[in-house]
Design a protein around this ligand. Structure first.
Ligand SMILES: C[S@@+](CC[C@H](N)C(=O)[O-])C[C@H]1O[C@@H](n2cnc3c(N)ncnc32)[C@H](O)[C@@H]1O
Length: 414
């Protein structure tokens, strides 16, 4: 394989000759892999972080910045100089951009949480360690901008190696491979050959781009960490988060909240919906939300299933409130759909007021990502709306038939 400019993913690995299905490719030895145990060019800085028991992710983020600042003496200088200056993940979107383009999607919340976490991690390191060793960690080098860069690199390139006890690593060269939703193979340490490899799950011809899987992730998760959205309808693992909330006016609000809290859930909860359907946890939450006071004894059981912490009872059925529960999900789905419709309808005329070409390019690029994401999430919601409406129609027409039958029988006996 060779690194080349490619259509999907800018740079990627391309087959230089025929590759068979089941072949082991790459062979990156552990000495060429970056882990939390890698040697630091500035040994003293590494020692300080380890003495302070800094966990793997912040340690690796600091390591990357440290090695990048020691460019000439770092053994990773070629690798680091080939890394993107600005990884595309949502870490690089400003709050205003997230609000403007991702208002309809729950991914906006996830991005805000992630940015807050990165800032919190940096602040913690600065207060606890960097400020005590300014000669090792000067602020001109170790600051929030460089941390956003290094975390962006980690989010988009770090891999977990199952056969190395799940250890996280940057694998130079192998991390030039792009993701395909159709591929089901990933990087791992191969004990017999003592190297990081991946085993192809299909043949490739010379000139074809070779892909791996970054995991079964939704389009939103791919945008969040890797900064791209697969083409609509190509990701079988795609899902959209639907937010459900308890009504404050609910007569049993307090009891329901108590039951939810027992299972670490709150009055507003997100559940992933796929094109193939919704999870049992979402249905359980909907049952809880619509339950009348007479069902208070079931609140705990419903919350347990909604939290996925109940290992004994997986599925729940309450035929007496099924219609209300489905209607409750349909209402949430339609309210979410109206936000997507609003954004997608207005996106065409957005950003025509910008004059600087650089700013315009950035805005058009981010907007296109947001439009792609929102179109794929809306597609799942449309499908869900269709299924819910059909089920409700079936339930209601079944009830109507039963009612007519009952009426007919009553007339017969009167
Ligand atoms: C592990 S790197 C892969 C190498 C990368 N293409 C490069 O030039 O450095 C992950 C990054 O590649 C890009 N990428 C990977 N798969 C992609 C895909 N299917 N479509 C678009 N971009 C992709 C994204 O920018 C992502 O953050």
């Amino acid at each position: 394989m060779a690194i080349q400019r490619v259509e999907v993913g800018e740079r990627g690995l391309v087959a230089s000759k025929n590759i068979r299905k089941g072949e082991k490719l790459l062979f990156v030895p552990p000495s060429l892999v970056i882990t939390a145990d890698s040697e630091w060019s500035c040994a003293e800085a590494g020692k300080v972080l380890k003495q302070n028991s800094v966990p793997d992710w912040p340690l690796l983020a600091t390591y990357l910045i440290s090695e990048a600042s020691q460019m000439k003496s770092s053994r990773w200088r070629n690798y680091i100089s080939a890394l993107p200056r600005q990884p595309y993940s949502l870490l690089y979107w400003t709050r205003a951009e997230l609000d403007r383009y991702l208002e309809a999607s729950q991914i906006r919340e996830r991005a805000i949480e992630r940015i807050t976490d990165v800032i919190g991690t940096y602040d913690d390191l600065r207060l606890r360690i960097f400020s005590n060793y300014p000669h090792l960690f000067p602020e001109e080098v170790f600051n929030i901008e460089t941390f956003k860069w290094s975390f962006g690199i980690l989010f988009s390139r770090l891999v977990r190696l199952p056969s190395m006890d799940g250890r996280v690593a940057l694998v130079p060269w192998a991390d030039m491979m792009n993701h395909s939703c159709e591929v089901d193979t990933f990087l791992d340490y191969d004990k017999p050959s003592k190297g990081v490899v991946f085993t192809t799950d299909r043949p490739y011809e010379p000139g074809e781009q070779v892909y791996i899987s970054y995991g079964k992730k939704s389009n939103g998760e791919l945008l969040l960490s890797y900064g791209f959205v697969p083409k609509e309808g190509t990701n079988p693992s795609d899902s959209v988060e639907l937010s459900l909330s308890l009504e404050k006016s609910d007569k049993c609000y307090k009891e329901k909240l108590e039951a939810l809290r027992k299972y670490e859930l709150s009055t507003s909860q997100c559940f992933p919906i796929q094109i193939t359907g919704w999870p049992v946890e979402l249905m359980a939450y909907a049952y809880l939300a619509v339950s009348p006071p007479s069902m208070s004894r079931q609140f705990k059981e419903m919350s347990a299933v909604a939290s996925n912490k109940n290992t004994t009872k997986k599925d729940l059925r309450y035929p007496e409130i099924e219609e209300q529960a489905l209607q409750f999900i349909l209402d949430a789905c339609e309210s979410s759909l109206s936000k997507y419709n609003k954004f997608l309808q207005s996106s065409g005329s957005m950003d025509l007021d910008v004059t600087s070409p650089k700013q315009l390019n950035r805005r058009l690029f981010l907007k296109q990502l947001a439009v792609d994401l929102c179109t794929s999430e809306r597609r799942i919601l449309f499908r869900t709306q269709y299924i819910l409406r059909r089920r409700l129609r079936d339930i209601r027409s079944g009830e109507l038939r039963a009612l007519r039958l009952f009426d007919g029988l009553r007339k017969l006996f009167n």
